[in-house]
Design a binder for this molecule. Sequence first.
Ligand SMILES: Nc1ncnc2c1ncn2[C@@H]1O[C@H](COP(=O)(O)OP(=O)(O)OP(=O)(O)O)[C@@H](O)[C@H]1O
Length: 546
Amino acid sequence: MVEKDQKIQVIVRKRPLNSKEISKGDQDILLNTSSNTLVVREQKLKVDLTKFIEEHHFTFDGVYSEEITNQELYNSAIQPIVQASFQGAKVTCFAYGQTGSGKTFTMMGEDSIPGLYLLAANDLFYYRDQYFRNIKFTVSFYEIYCGKLHDLLNDRNQLFAREDAKQTVNIVGLQNKSADTVEALMKIISTGMEFRTTGQTGANDDSSRSHAILEINLKQGKKVVGKMSFIDLAGSERGADVSGADFKTRMDGAEINKSLLALKECIRALDQEKRHTPFRGSKLTQVLKDSFLGNCRTVMIANVSPGLLSCEHTLNTLRYADRVKELKKGEKGIKVDKLVNALMLPRQNANVVRYNVEEPEEVVPPPKPMKSEEDSSRLLFKKPNKDDNKFKSKIGLTISGSKTTPQNPYIAPQKAVEKKAPQPNLEDLSEKHEQLIGMILAEEEDLINSHRKMIDEMVDMIKHQMGLLGEVDKPGSDVDNYVRELDTVLSIKEDMIRGIRDKLRVFNDHLRQEEELTLIFEKNKAVMDVFNLDNHDDDLLQDMDD
Ligand SMILES: Nc1ncnc2c1ncn2[C@@H]1O[C@H](COP(=O)(O)OP(=O)(O)OP(=O)(O)O)[C@@H](O)[C@H]1O
């Protein structure tokens, strides 16, 4: 399916809908249109609440549907690089994607279904036994969690990456275990998997917050003559996890984000044969430096969930994978499907197509309101109190000389509405006003809580920075790490301040709007009261006319 000797391949693997998703009524929104193209059918709502589908078209080196087995995926995309590792190449296979998109299923397999680890192990030993009897295998397995290295084959001991004078990155103290049989190799891997981080919360899904790096070295004597690495990357959605509950979660999310961005940049640099590759951008790319230099081959598997409910994450994964490798000119033919062409639907941009949905679709969440615009449309008035006449005296009414009474007392005088949209129904608006007040109260509470939380996080941040300074002051310290962490801390600080400022601004805007609208309301109500009185109090109107 994919070209055998490409240096970099980016492929997509779609998993089937699972029973939970099916029982929730989730729908498959991914369409394999060919062996290397995929369409995401995103359901959206227009401002007028009509539904439409936006199609996003992608092209990769290979797109594997839910029917493709691990074995078929392996034969097509991974076996060629396993073979290349016997020709001196450093080969790397990345699994990228949202939590639950099938990375572990692909890498480890499940029950009696073998994953890529086992399939590759079988072949490594097979080729060795057939053609390269003098080669031995050693294995290391470690993870990067919160920017720190932990040895999965040695009790999760912390490890340190050091760059030597030749700028080779060495991981000091990393265990390298020999594996003489497939079974021994698999045993080492499953031991390492058990050590994968469960994090402070003890939740298993915390493994999705770490990158796991499995390296199988092909050795002739002491010399490494080839290398095969499998990298199970942190859940792609974790990078966006910067609004987490505490400073540590934010740091962690920011670190994952940074490492995934740096990885993308490094692979792009490799693809475009750039002279500079930004390895130092993250701990992940720093330790993988060797795998990006010289004779190397990389396969990135972007795992995606098929359901509508995962649409946003799926699009993020595909966009990331799409940018990892820009297919060369001519390779990226955009195929707009025939139905869409037949409908003469407008193309929004290179790979996005939209059309209306005729049948009512289910599960379409409404778009998030745009803060400034939407909120102002909710501007609300107090419920009119028919007995409340105090405005009459407060407001100087300017009603035209006529005594004609409007049919509907809720309509303000003609003069007032001439240049404006029709007047709102005061009953409705007063109800909405109550909602605005509710919103303001909730915003106030949120603002105060956020401020309190910011102060707590600032304290954590200061402690962290003191630790960082303590580390960098030590002789032979990891300055790259210091620079990266400082950068992360500062950007978290900026985000935090920006976040709270935004809340403050919105809160202030709402307060102001509420004041203005109450005033407008009072004027309207006063007018209304006058018209109500008109039926009963000719003397008053006469007074006002006068
Ligand atoms: N290709 C597939 N065929 C059948 N089932 C699959 C496939 N891919 C994934 N699944 C199922 O989907 C579920 C989630 O997959 P998996 O645990 O591999 O996701 P993950 O990306 O590794 O998530 P995490 O980051 O939480 O470890 C599992 O129950 C798995 O059995």
